[in-house]
Design a protein around this ligand. Structure first.
Ligand code: NAP
Length: 262
């Protein structure tokens, strides 16, 4: 999507994958600056460890403890995280306002952190984090507790009975686990034979495939279902603007992503 956007704006730039060994992340950042790169995205497993190798880190990345975008200007490297804003922009485009909603977040990793930051900013009413490793969900509650109203953030284990006991008044359910992502398309974070509240909106951070089992089941229950492709595009568009100073051509980026999925 970035290369399509560069071409559309006639920019002589190139986006390319650069695999880096964990022990060489610091050398890699110095190398980017030495080679006059304008920046990069950072993905698993470097999002957290890269913080210690940057000259500057913005507020969002500091709070999340994770960077997904680095820009380099005059040899100074700066880290940012565009995931929360990307998530909110996609919700906004779809007319979904989390203000006052009761939400459930499945998973407690990096994606969940970004989503929680966004939900707090959007003044959600309450969030239950459901995770396989309950200790990780509890740590996340501790880390982000102050961003929510007292008692509004809680953690539960990923167990059938937790899903069975979920209130039918839940408004928004967000999958931030990789369950359902290719090549494991048949996996689903929601337990089999437990009905999904039909009035909620279901959002899957997984973007490949576009229609996961989680989303297909939600739709079959009569609920609204949204793929993470929009968040991917918006977080990418925000990175694009950080690097180039130009407004990102969203439609071009969307078409490139959709071509890549077909
Ligand atoms: P992560 O930090 O590794 O966290 C993964 C989470 O999923 C953890 O809470 C983990 O639970 C849980 N999990 C993993 N395998 C599981 C399994 N088999 N059963 C139950 N739970 C499981 O990963 P991440 O960075 O948050 O990314 C998660 C997904 O979000 C990926 O598919 C990624 O592509 C997607 N994502 C999409 C966007 C977007 O723009 N659309 C942005 C960010 C991430 P434990 O704590 O028990 O290990």
């Amino acid at each position: 999507m970035h290369n399509a956007a560069f071409r559309a704006l006639d920019l002589d730039w190139l986006y390319l994958p650069l695999p880096v060994r964990p022990e060489e992340i610091g050398a890699a950042i110095k190398g980017l600056a030495a080679l006059n790169f304008s920046g990069c995205n950072v993905t698993v497993p470097h999002k957290e460890t890269v913080l210690g190798h940057l000259d500057q880190i913005d507020h969002v990345a500091k709070v999340l403890g994770a960077v997904n975008t680095i820009s380099i200007k005059d040899g100074i490297s700066s880290g940012a995280n565009t995931d929360p804003a990307g998530f909110l922009l996609d919700l906004q485009e779809r007319g979904i306002d989390p203000k006052g909603m009761d939400a459930v977040v499945l998973g407690a990793g990096g994606g969940a952190r970004g989503v929680l930051f966004a939900l707090a900013k959007a003044q959600v009413n309450s969030v239950i984090i459901i995770n396989r490793t309950i200790e990780r969900a509890e740590t996340l509650v501790q880390d982000m507790y102050n961003m929510f109203s007292p008692g509004a953030l809680g953690a539960k284990p990923l167990k059938r009975e937790v899903f069975e006991a979920l209130s039918q008044t839940v408004n928004l359910v967000i999958n931030t686990t990789p369950l359902g992502m290719a090549p494991k398309e048949k996996d689903c974070p929601w337990p089999e034979n437990v009905p999904m509240p039909g009035k909620a909106t279901y959002y899957d951070l997984v973007y490949h495939p576009k229609e996961t089992i989680f989303l297909a089941r939600a739709r079959a229950a009569g609920a609204a279902a949204v793929s993470g492709l929009g968040m991917l595009i918006y977080q990418g568009a925000l990175s694009f603007t950080i690097w180039t100073g130009r407004q990102a051509p969203i439609d071009v980026m969307r078409q490139a992503c959709e071509r890549g999925q077909s």
